[in-house]
Design a protein around this ligand. Structure first.
Ligand code: OAD
Length: 257
């Protein structure tokens, strides 16, 4: 593990005052939640992810799209935070200031003890009315229903269909979340990017904004990504191994500070 945590990364994290941790689907991969690009397996493999995650797809076939998100929510409901999520919460507890910004729509950061992740792409647990945007209750969890069409519930106020509370392709990011992310990113001295392909904009700009404002960037990802170019240190490995090793190297363990 020593080779996964070069001295430069230990020094950067050990000295940082304001740390932004920016996470993507790879963060939850070792909890058994498929990354976005891996999610269309099994019975879903005949669909195109980018075509399912759009408002047009929901208008065309609400039961297909709602069923897909219900299936993803059932996977998340059965998943547990992995040691990477716990290490993220440990870093947050140890650094003087910072923020956790995630593209993930699961709740594994919260369940690992992170107090207030900024969800740039919304949440599987915040359904709302497609017409009047009134929040709707999260349906009772059922058995995973891979490939099953599920008609969405109706809004209690206006009877329009309820939609998943996630950001779809072509939609704007939630204004408050984006503002919080940009504010934290433009004033941090270290940005740790974990498990994101760096392909989906505008979220992928977050590490670039940090670098532009003079922050150091550490990337954790087993694969090469376009973010390699902005990272000062690339830690090639899975988040659930690399992040606990990093915390161990800087502070000697992940037990509560
Ligand atoms: P992707 O599915 O695009 O990329 C996942 C990244 O995680 C890849 O770079 C993998 O190499 C990496 N990875 C896989 N396993 C890992 C592990 N164990 N530890 C660390 N990294 C690992 O997911 P995102 O970058 O999050 O947006 O995708 C961004 C957005 O694209 C998603 O939020 C979603 C999707 O379209 C919307 O739904 C709007």
């Amino acid at each position: 593990m020593g080779q996964l945590v070069p001295r430069e990364a230990v020094a950067l994290l050990g000295q940082a005052r304001r740390v932004v941790i920016f996470t993507g689907a790879g963060m939850s991969a070792e909890s058994g939640v498929p990354t976005f690009r891996d999610a269309l397996t099994g019975l879903w493999q005949r669909f195109d992810a980018q075509a399912l995650a759009t408002s047009q797809a929901f208008r065309d076939d609400p039961a297909l799209v709602w069923g897909w998100y219900e299936w993803r929510r059932s996977i998340v409901g059965r998943a547990r935070p992995n040691p990477g999520h716990l290490a993220v919460a440990a870093i947050e507890a140890r650094v003087p200031d910072g923020a956790l910004v995630t593209q993930n729509v699961d709740d594994l950061h919260e369940r690992a003890g992170s107090p207030a992740p900024v969800h740039l792409h919304g949440s599987l647990f915040a359904p709302r009315c497609v017409a009047c945007a009134h929040p709707a209750p999260v349906p009772a969890e059922e058995e995973p229903a891979e490939g099953r069409r599920v008609p969405p519930p109706r809004c209690a106020h206006c009877s329009a269909p309820v939609r998943p509370g996630v950001v779809w392709f072509g939609e704007a990011l939630p204004q408050e979340a984006l503002a919080a992310a940009v504010e934290a990113t433009s004033s941090c001295d270290l940005l740790l990017t974990v498990g994101t392909s760096g392909l989906v904009y505008p979220a992928a700009e977050i590490p670039q904004v940090a670098a532009r404002f003079g922050a150091a960037v550490i990337q954790v990802n087993p694969e090469e990504t376009p973010l390699d170019a902005v990272a000062d240190v690339n830690l090639r490995g899975p988040a659930a191994r690399v992040l606990p090793a990093l915390v161990e190297a800087v502070w000697g363990g992940t037990d509560p500070a």
